[in-house]
Design a protein around this ligand. Structure first.
Ligand SMILES: Nc1ncnc2c1ncn2[C@@H]1O[C@H](COP(=O)(O)OP(=O)(O)OP(=O)(O)O)[C@@H](O)[C@H]1O
Length: 234
């Protein structure tokens, strides 16, 4: 498989002097195109910092981050916005939908940002929300809102989908359904999906598990036979 993402000797420090905090401490890993990757670790391990640097929301203090062969750690805001718009979809713990827009309109917003946005209606069908397209976020359950946000993330047809605790605010049954959908996007649409979580049960379904503690990588494990989400004993 093609290598899509490379972190090489990446360090992220916050603050200076006595208040200096090393959030990410000399981290190396690679992610291939089409992989379903879970970054695991307890609170404060540095997971979100890694994801934020990957999405260009934060820049490393030192080291190299390459996406699709492009060095992103030295990109300016405009270059980063372009790369993000073309390649990356985000799913957050809280769905970040615009309350005054319907599910359909929230997904259709992407058309304003990218030229080749996918059809909102088809995407909402794909995430099982055929009957809810014209509802506002307040009329949808948490799981439904998260599915709208997944449809929105997919609408720009990104190569990479990043999720920071994407099931964190959902009950376990809905969380499993959302995870199943992400695994499906990975297998059927060949998306590279990277999820940050503290839930160790996710490890069974991943192609690759990156374990972090105190800003460092403790283990990188390639799973030869990942389990379909539906078969995991949660
Ligand atoms: N903007 C910031 N300023 C100062 N310190 C920060 C900042 N962002 C993160 N940190 C620190 O960096 C460390 C790693 O934080 P990070 O959010 O990446 O951890 P995490 O593994 O995602 O944790 P959680 O599961 O609780 O979200 C923590 O000690 C945190 O306090």
């Amino acid at each position: 498989m093609n290598e899509l993402i490379t972190f090489k000797d990446v360090v992220k420090e916050y603050g200076t002097g006595e208040s200096k905090q090393i959030a990410v401490n000399h981290v190396d890993f690679t992610i291939d195109e089409g992989e379903f990757v879970v970054i695991l670790g307890q609170s404060g391990a540095g997971k979100s910092t890694v994801l934020n640097m990957l999405g260009g929301m934060d820049q490393p203090t030192s080291g190299s981050i390459r996406i699709n062969g492009e060095e992103i750690s030295t990109m300016n805001d405009n270059q980063m916005s372009r790369l993000r718009a073309e390649n990356i979809g985000f799913i957050f713990q809280f769905y970040n939908l615009l309350p005054s827009l319907t599910a359909y309109e929230n997904v259709a917003l992407t058309k304003e940002i990218v030229k080749d946005a996918l059809d909102p209606s088809e995407l909402l069908d794909a995430v099982g929300l055929q009957e809810h397209k014209n509802k506002f976020p307040s009329q949808l359950s948490g799981g439904e809102q998260q599915r709208v946000s997944i449809a929105r993330a997919l609408s720009k047809n990104p190569k990479i989908i990043l999720g920071d605790e994407p099931t964190g605010a959902l009950d376990s049954e809905t969380g499993i359904a959302v995870l199943e959908l992400l695994q499906k996007m990975c297998k059927e649409r060949h998306k590279t999906v990277i999820i940050v979580t503290h839930n160790t049960a996710f490890a069974q379904c991943a192609d690759k598990v990156i374990r972090m503690r105190s800003g460092k990588i403790r283990e990188i494990k390639v799973n030869e036979s990942p389990v379909p989400v539906s078969e995991v004993n949660w």
